[in-house]
Ligand binder design. Structure first.
Ligand code: PMP
Length: 365
């Protein structure tokens, strides 16, 4: 067996220890005589797995008591529709802050269910930055303000938490798509009305979608919102109204345990800071590679970069792949390269990437 350094944006690398434990338990989970995929979601064994996963996630993110954690399906794209369907209530307008491809997609989808007000946008900068909170123009009575706090494609991450109390609008709930940086840094959950994200970057397999929602946001769903996607119904049934993605929840639980063994979110954040610094500092000093994002808003998770001389792109991809560095091609909307360095990517993997990039530049310069 030979594993590569996997820089995929998602589905992405998982901690090897987690995969090994899952492999060991594939046929027989802790003496049950069946694997997790073969268990009833209502049985004692799976209930134990799901409750532990939820408790560990609550502990890792210090989720307050008045928030519910939902294990759902649909991915972040489905929740772009489910969020207005669940949260509009009697209100007409939802505010969106647009910072790249994912928040653009979210606001377009929401406009099918609500009147969307673009409260702020960094489009004029080419989505290379995050508009300062003081420049957000909230509408009079929005149901919520939507943010995507890490733009996976553009490589832009909020350098601040969107705390609307700072602009005198603390009564408006903030919704955050944290798909690509959840659990990578400490956050104050109490600043948000709803946090959501697909699992396939920092948590586990695709198919599981995490929703963390404040109690008072529940019970406002539109009459035609599907029952299985009504956040209140899901919360009232402890994520078992329908059959949840059981195996994905099990793997997520193993990832949460792994993260706790690493020292939790604060410890992984310190590693993520070190990894991102190593890569960005090298890129900036190289004279061969370039990252175009406002340095204050550079993502610690997704690092897009370009070769100054793009005629070397194909060789870069072929040679990096041959050197065991996989999935470095940039998103088609951006071009160039992108290295996604989520929690499961160790510092050694980033060193391997930088060593390759230095050597490649020396050979081609
Ligand atoms: N939002 C963000 C920030 C993402 O990175 C992604 C996936 N790359 C999505 C939404 C869409 O997720 P899914 O395809 O799982 O619906």
């Amino acid at each position: 067996m030979s594993r590569v350094w996997n820089f995929s944006a998602g589905p992405a690398a998982l901690p090897e220890e987690v995969l090994q434990q899952a492999a060991a338990e594939m046929l027989d989970w802790q003496g049950e005589g069946v694997g997790v995929m073969e268990m009833s979601h209502r049985g004692k064994a799976f209930t134990t797995i799901a409750q532990a996963a939820e408790a560990d996630l609550r502990e890792l993110l210090a989720v307050p008591e008045n928030y519910r954690i939902l294990f759902m399906q649909g991915g972040a794209i489905a929740h772009n529709a489910l969020i207005p369907m669940n949260l509009m209530g009697d209100r007409k307008v939802a505010d969106y802050v647009v910072t790249g491809a994912w928040s653009t997609k979210s606001q377009k989808e929401a406009s099918r269910y609500a009147t969307v007000n673009i409260a702020a946008s960094s489009e004029s900068s080419g989505f290379t930055t995050v508009p300062a909170l003081s420049d957000w123009k909230l509408s009079a009575d929005p149901a919520y303000v939507f943010t995507c706090t890490n733009e996976t494609i553009g490589g832009v991450e909020y350098p601040f938490e969107p705390d609307l109390a700072c602009i005198g609008r603390g009564e408006v709930p903030v919704v955050a798509d944290m798909s690509s940086h959840i659990l990578s840094r400490a956050i104050d959950v109490s600043k948000y009305g709803l946090i959501f994200g697909g699992a396939q970057k920092n948590i586990g397999p695709a198919g599981l979608t995490i929703v963390i929602v404040r109690d008072d946001m529940l019970g406002r769903a539109m009459p035609h919102c599907p029952s299985a996607f009504d956040y209140k119904t899901v919360a009232d049934n402890a994520s078992m109204y329908n059959t949840p993605p059981t195996y994905a929840i099990y793997i997520a639980g193993l990832v949460f345990q792994w993260l706790k063994r690493q020292g939790g979110v604060a410890a992984i954040e310190a590693q993520n800071v070190a990894k991102a610094k190593l890569l960005y500092d090298f890129i900036d000093a190289s004279g061969f590679y370039q990252n175009r994002i406002d340095p204050a808003c550079r993502s610690r998770m997704n690092v897009p970069f370009f070769l100054h001389d793009e005629t070397h792109n194909e060789a870069f991809l072929a040679e990096s792949s041959a050197a065991g560095l996989a999935q470095l091609k940039g998103h088609k909307a951006v071009g160039g390269m992108r290295a996604s360095i989520y929690n499961a990517m160790p510092l050694a993997g980033v060193h391997a990437l930088v060593d390759f990039m230095r050597d490649f530049a020396a050979r081609k310069a």
